[in-house]
Design a protein around this ligand. Structure first.
Ligand code: T46
Length: 152
């Protein structure tokens, strides 16, 4: 979908060690992450029935990674929508500007890590869907065939 895409991180396992030695996943800005990380936050302890998000950002870029458990993310524009399941620490969901998002179906112990391109700024949020839709139609019309980030 426009302005969203999946990112695969490396899963480093030492072949000389046994299975319990575990995994290591490195993430570097300019490599897996297409922006400099200015802020990190994480969401956890969410009830399975709860749904969070219900907003878009005007400029913010983020990568969402579910470090444990699983969570579903609905990403949406006025033109298309998709539901992505994050269920592995080696998968990230990039979300660029002007994408409506809702997070739901958090499993028990799910921990959602978010890497963000900017410091927290409430004025970057569009929390009303009608206002988002109007602004998003303008944004995507002006982006034309050249959106900020290619389709998945
Ligand atoms: C997003 C999704 C994936 C802060 O004070 N600093 C912060 O960095 C953040 C992210 C939030 N807050 C405050 C603002 C609210 O009073 O924490 C409270 C909960 O934030 P919000 O209702 O926006 O949380 P979510 O889970 O709906 O959305 C969050 C991010 O805000 C958002 O950028 O893309 O996670």
């Amino acid at each position: 979908m426009i302005n969203t895409r999946m990112i695969e991180f490396r899963d480093i396992r030492d072949p000389r060690q046994q299975e319990f030695y575990g995994h290591l996943t490195p993430i570097e800005c300019g490599q897996e992450i297409p922006f400099d990380v200015k802020r990190i936050y994480y969401i956890y302890g969410v009830d399975h029935a709860a749904r969070r998000g219900y907003h878009s950002h005007r400029d913010l870029e983020q990568v969402l990674i579910c470090l444990g458990g699983s969570v579903k993310i609905q990403v949406k524009t006025p033109y298309e929508e998709e539901i992505v399941t994050l269920d592995s620490p080696t998968k990230g969901l990039y979300i660029g500007p002007m994408i409506w998002r809702e997070m739901f179906a958090f499993s028990e112990h799910a921990a959602l890590l978010v890497l963000a391109s900017r410091h927290y700024d409430e004025s970057d949020y569009l929390r009303d869907y009608s206002a988002y839709e109007a602004e998003a139609r303008r944004y995507f019309r002006e982006a034309g065939e050249h959106p900020a980030v290619p389709h998945i």
